[in-house]
Design a protein around this ligand. Structure first.
Ligand code: KDG
Ligand code: MG
Length: 414
């Protein structure tokens, strides 16, 4: 069974997605997600110019060898662009293999280890009233774990917080999730940031949320890489009374050793890795047990083959999965995460921001969300299709994540 075609598909059903579609000579079709938010066309070009030609005529069953060929065979390896491209090929080949077997993909990964994946959703508000309303909406939709992001007094916008002013935009999806105002602009929006104001305010938000919603509800928070090690330690410590499920990305991702300082000072669990793209990025963090959850997604960490290896390595240190699942991971990437998550022994939690209706019309995912959990369907393969007609009606539009400056105008970490 040889690869006969590899097409790079770019569409914007509300936001940009890059999808690889691999077709074999006997007509099996596999999909892979290669979306890199704000840098989509770099991966599309890497795939179409440098990877697709190498796939022609390869045995589509050789998933591992193809992974090694694209990773080890490339002199310039790793990095987000390369690994998103490798991920898309790997995912598409797993999709094909499972379709040939006539089985849902998770069966090829060892079968079911649980009935569904506990997910967390994104509640946010510029003030407590908006935030509580957003938490309630999530509870009503069945969510059983909730990420809490809040506006900070003195800052007009905060990344991760849907302000009431943009609550009506979007394409009919969940407007409260539409917190990336830059996604429709040709240059990044510039946001302002004040770390001291943030550190003062966030513990008061969690105190209020705990008082309103009680001690049981798992609560998460994302610091988006903005703190120094000692600031992160201070935040973790100040949040301890509110029993967080995790504090995510407290410091910039390049400096893994920084987590030692954070860990020395706080027992708040830590989740890291959505911007990592290789098992090597985790070595120090795992071996010194500096984190509790792995944030990598199939889409950005080199595919199902690579992420499975990362999870096995993590399991040696009692570290669990907490896969990145914002709306810039396409339904193909999310489906891959669901199949992997249902099979692995050390599943922790899955992030789940619902995609817009147009995105779901384009990809037609068959996974289901009920009672706060996601579950794969029994369809062979990933259980996702790609509708070219809908894709053609929604062409690529340049879009960026915002950038972050301090109040004096200096560029700051994300
Ligand atoms: O593309 C970047 C977003 O996916 C990211 O900022 C979202 O931090 C994020 C999260 O945890 O979902
Ligand atoms: Mg994050």
């Amino acid at each position: 069974m040889q690869v006969a075609n590899a097409e790079v598909l770019v569409a914007n059903p509300g936001r940009n997605f890059v999808t690889l579609r691999v077709t074999t000579d006997d007509g099996f079709v596999g999909l892979g997600d290669a979306t890199l938010n704000g840098r989509e066309l770099a991966v599309a070009a890497y795939l179409s110019e440098h990877v697709a030609p190498l796939l022609m005529g390869r045995d589509a069953h050789q998933v591992e060898d193809t992974w090694q060929y694209l990773y080890r065979g490339a002199y310039w390896r790793r990095g987000p662009v390369t690994m998103a491209a490798v991920a898309a090929v790997d995912t598409a080949l797993w999709d094909i293999k499972a379709k040939v077997a006539g089985l849902p993909l998770y069966q090829l990964l060892g079968g079911r280890s649980r009935s569904g994946l506990l997910v967390y959703g994104h509640a946010s508000g510029m003030d407590l009233r908006e935030l509580f309303e957003s938490v309630r909406e999530h509870l009503e939709k069945g969510y059983r774990a909730i990420r809490v992001q809040a506006g900070v007094p003195g800052l007009s916008s905060v990344y991760g917080v849907a302000s009431s002013k943009n609550a009506s935009v979007g394409d009919g999806g969940d407007a409260r999730y539409d917190y990336e105002p830059a996604r429709r602009s040709a240059v990044p929006v510039e946001e302002r940031w004040d770390t001291r104001a943030y550190l003062r305010h966030i513990p008061t938000v969690f105190e209020a949320v705990r008082n309103e919603f009680g001690p049981e509800l798992p609560l998460l928070h994302d610091a988006h890489h903005r703190l120094t090690p000692i600031q992160a330690a201070k935040l973790g410590k100040s949040l301890e009374p509110y029993d967080l499920f995790w504090l995510e990305d407290p410091t910039p991702a390049e400096n893994q050793a920084a987590l030692r300082r954070v860990r020395e000072h706080t027992t708040t669990p830590l989740a890291i890795g959505e911007v990592f793209n290789s098992i090597w990025d985790y070595r120090e963090l795992f071996e010194e047990q500096l984190i509790d959850y792995v944030r990598s997604a199939v889409t950005h960490a080199g595919g199902i083959t690579a992420l499975r290896r990362i999870f096995d390595y993590a399991s040696v240190y009692q570290i669990k999965s907490g896969v990145h699942g914002p709306t810039d991971i396409s339904p193909v990437g999310l489906a891959a995460a669901i199949h992997l998550g249902i099979a692995i022994p050390n599943f922790g939690i899955q992030e789940y921001m619902r995609h817009s209706p147009t995105t779901n019309e384009l990809f037609r995912p068959s996974y289901t969300f009920a009672d706060g959990t996601l579950a794969p369907s029994e369809a062979p393969g990933l259980g996702v299709d790609y509708d070219d007609t809908i894709a053609q009606a929604h062409p690529y539009q340049a879009a960026y994540l915002p950038v972050n400056r301090l109040l004096d105008g200096s560029m700051h970490d994300w």
